[in-house]
Design a binder for this molecule. Structure first.
Ligand code: BDR
Ligand code: CA
Length: 362
């Protein structure tokens, strides 16, 4: 049973918020020439908040094309407990106690948790102290909440995981029948051109490679928004100044987080901070922001130097080798079915403008 949120006026607020979303959608789609869809896309946002997770969440909450049905928390950038606290404080800041926020896994499937306060600040939110949350945690276990919601709205739910894929893998393991019922999975993770943790692996995949392999092989439509495109979406001082020209609780919070990240990026010689998680939400809002050819992706779970690497077959085949005496002879190729759309190009400025204007509430 969900814990009572304590908000007695919720139905009214929710209805009002949906009407405002619908009105905003009409004017925004006209202004930005975005594809008009009949109804907002229902998403479950799975997150390890996290600075760029915070930016992604606020983008999702401020985008009328999306209807955030639930937030599930996974350990990654910070511990599960800190991530839950951060998620609750953020939904409270955004006045969205109507959205269930649930705890999930407490650690990766088979390895020890690696947290990233080094990159995200001691509390995971750039050291910004948000006010205590007015919202209460939902008592359901994150993977079970995902399962429940998918069954309640078959073929309608898009999963948007932007942390390690532990919760999503657990949901599939507990109830594989959700796979054909999920509309699509748009995940931030992986890379086909080298990692950020080490030479090969991207952090979300490295932090739970077995979970990632389950998610990639599940058989549902996956879009991989990896480092390859995230690194092309640098939020620089120019966009930060734009964001600083307007004010409001969410606007100011995201400005502080972005300032922390831009300063951090500068220390590493970069002119801006990569918008990894926000871009996954951007792709959920508008898939035309990216080019994403079909590929077959596997996750390396063993290699000494490559554990956590996403290995993508770009050609759609592998050689067929047949043993003849003491050697193999290539005798043709076997087709490999694609299991993911892998983002390789992005209209970075269009995305960054979208991000800034949505955070500004425009
Ligand atoms: C990913 O790792 C995390 O640190 C970020 O939040 C993002 O999801 C980038 O590799
Ligand atoms: Ca993240």
């Amino acid at each position: 049973m969900p814990i009572d949120s304590g908000e007695k006026t919720l139905p009214h607020l929710e209805a009002r918020s949906r009407i405002l979303h619908a009105l905003a959608l009409a004017s925004l789609t006209a202004a930005l020439a975005l594809p008009v869809s009949a109804a907002p896309k229902k998403i479950i946002f799975d997150t390890d908040p996290g600075t760029d997770d915070a930016m992604a969440l606020m983008l999702a909450l401020n985008s009328p094309e999306l209807d955030v049905r639930a937030i599930t928390v996974v350990p990654g950038n910070v511990t599960a407990a800190q991530g839950l606290e951060n998620a609750l404080r953020m939904v409270s800041l955004a006045n969205r106690c109507d959205i269930p926020v649930a705890a999930g896994a407490q650690h990766p499937l088979f390895q020890k948790l690696i947290t990233a306060e080094f990159w995200h600040g001691r509390n995971g939110l750039a050291n910004v102290e948000l006010p205590p949350s007015k919202c209460k945690v939902d008592a359901r276990y994150g993977p079970d909440l995902i399962i429940q919601m998918v069954h309640a709205a078959p073929h309608e739910i898009t999963l948007v995981p932007v942390g390690p894929l532990t919760n999503i893998a657990l949901a599939v393991e507990r109830d594989p029948s959700i796979v054909p019922l999920v509309k699509e999975v748009i995940l931030m993770g992986g890379s086909i051109s080298g990692g950020n943790v080490n030479a090969a692996a991207e952090a979300n995949i490295y932090n739970d490679p077995e979970a990632a392999q389950i998610v990639f092989q599940a058989g549902w439509p996956v879009t991989m928004v990896g480092l390859d495109v995230g690194d092309k979406t640098l939020l620089s001082q120019k966009y930060l100044d734009q964001l600083g020209s307007t004010h409001g609780p969410v606007n100011d919070f995201i400005h502080s987080v972005a300032q922390f990240l831009v300063d951090l990026a500068a220390k590493f010689g970069s002119p801006g901070t990569p918008m990894y998680d926000p871009l996954a939400v951007g792709v959920a809002v508008d898939a035309t922001l990216v080019k994403a050819p079909d590929m077959h992706v596997d996750v390396e779970t063993r290699g000494d130097f490559t554990r956590g690497e996403t290995v993508a077959n770009r050609h759609g085949y592998i050689e067929k080798n047949i043993l003849h005496g003491d050697r193999y002879i290539i005798q043709g190729v076997d087709q490999v079915a694609p299991n993911a759309k892998v983002c390789v190009e992005v209209e970075a400025d269009r995305f960054l403008q979208l991000f800034v204007s949505r955070i500004q509430g425009k």
